[in-house]
Design a protein around this ligand. Structure first.
Ligand SMILES: [Zn+2]
Length: 249
């Protein structure tokens, strides 16, 4: 069956001397694997499009197994992202999350739209660390996790201050903090931001700018949460952690 779909390449793998297998996340079909024949030859028409972060319209055949990519037309080259090592690092994290949290052939239009809109916002200049945190938080249900960020996860009461329990699954009030000896102390800013990051609609995001320390605290909570509660350790995090040592903002 021939098909045309809007998609984003979230992973590529070399296949033999001249071919690549691209993993495309599409609006219509969800995640699909496609053989891009000749994509490793510089003059081949597929070589310019068979790379991660490609976003465009693709023409391909689709069967039970691996399909074949025939043509692809770029809709946005994400040039600003590609030219910035930090933005590219966060885009890689977002693509890796998409790949790890989705199954082939299960279309979820919400995921495609969220992925595309997040990448377009990074391209337009919104803070990539904040956008990656929003994406990671909104994708948590696909990993079967969802931290409680509105009340104490242990007693259900609302308090002014909370700590955060990774093993307990969210906020802990001062009375219940003893239930998790590893509960993380939260700065007031981070406590306020976590529920916002989880719930904010992208169109209402506006301009955001967080101090490196604040976003660093949020990131360590989110990714430790993925690792401990869903067993998902992201390779792209390592690169960003190295990079953050050089952050001067
Ligand atoms: Zn409590």
């Amino acid at each position: 069956m021939m098909a045309k779909a809007e998609g984003i390449i979230i992973r590529t793998t070399d296949y033999g001397e001249t071919n690549k297998i691209v993993t495309l996340y599409t609006k219509e079909f969800g995640k699909i694997g496609l053989m891009a024949r000749g994509a490793k030859k510089p003059k081949n028409t597929l070589s310019a499009v068979s790379h991660v972060l490609f976003y465009g319209l693709c023409l391909f055949s689709k069967g039970r197994g691996l399909g074949t990519l025939y043509q692809a037309e770029t809709l946005n080259s994400f040039r600003t992202i590609r030219e910035d090592i930090e933005k590219m690092g966060y885009a890689a994290l977002i693509l890796e999350l998409t790949d790890r949290l989705t199954e082939e052939g299960q279309p979820t239009q919400g995921v495609f739209n969220l992925l595309r809109d997040i990448l377009l916002l990074i391209e337009k200049g919104t803070d990539p660390a904040v956008l990656a945190a929003i994406y990671a938080m909104k994708m948590m249900p696909f990993a079967g996790i969802s931290p409680e960020l509105n009340k104490c996860v242990h007693c259900g009461n609302q308090h002014i201050t909370y700590s955060f329990s990774i093993s307990g699954g969210g906020f802990l009030c001062p009375n219940c903090q003893h239930t998790d000896e590893y509960a993380l102390q939260l700065s007031p800013g981070v406590q306020k931001l976590l529920p916002i990051i989880k719930a904010v609609p992208l169109e209402r995001l506006g301009k955001v700018s967080l101090k490196p320390k604040t976003i660093g605290e949020i990131e360590s909570i989110i990714y430790a949460y993925y690792e401990q509660n869903a067993g998902i350790k992201l390779r792209s995090r390592h690169f960003l952690e190295q990079l953050s040592k050089f952050r001067t903002k």
